[in-house]
Design a protein around this ligand. Structure first.
Ligand code: ZN
Length: 138
């Protein structure tokens, strides 16, 4: 069995944002040479997510509004976590949207369902964050 590891770096110039990272994951699979196996993609920061959904801008603004209802950014004083930091909402949003995804690799490609794409979700940006790609297989 082969294994391959790669780290992606992101520095989103706003507090929140979604980026389609499917091209980077496809590039990593190609680089790995693995044709049959699994790819794990996970955020390496506790205020960012990796998730799978549709690359549709209306849906992304729906996510933003839904997450703001569940865990509003402000007022900062509503959260016990805030004090030295103001990012309690980002921790909660990360938990809702998830830490990682695992996708089957078949014939050297992501074995996706209809419209599935992999996204990086930033909830406390304007600083460097990391995403891990780990691929195992043959
Ligand atoms: Zn925090």
């Amino acid at each position: 069995m082969k294994s391959f590891r790669k780290v992606l770096y992101f520095n989103i110039p706003s507090r929140r944002g979604f980026i389609n990272i499917t091209p980077q994951v496809n590039a990593a699979i190609k680089e790995s040479g693995i044709k049959e196996g699994l790819v794990l993609v996970n955020a390496m920061n506790i205020t960012a997510s990796v998730f799978i959904n549709d690359d549709e801008s209306g849906l992304h603004s729906d996510f933003e509004r839904w997450l703001e209802k569940l865990a509003p950014e402000k007022p900062y004083s509503q959260y016990a976590h805030n004090g030295y930091e103001d990012n309690a909402d980002a921790h909660l949003k990360r938990t809702i949207m998830g830490r990682e995804v695992v996708v089957a690799v078949t014939d050297g490609k992501l074995d996706f369902g209809t419209w599935e794409q992999i996204f990086y979700g930033e909830f406390d940006g304007m600083r460097q964050k990391r995403v891990l790609i780990k691929i195992i297989g043959e």
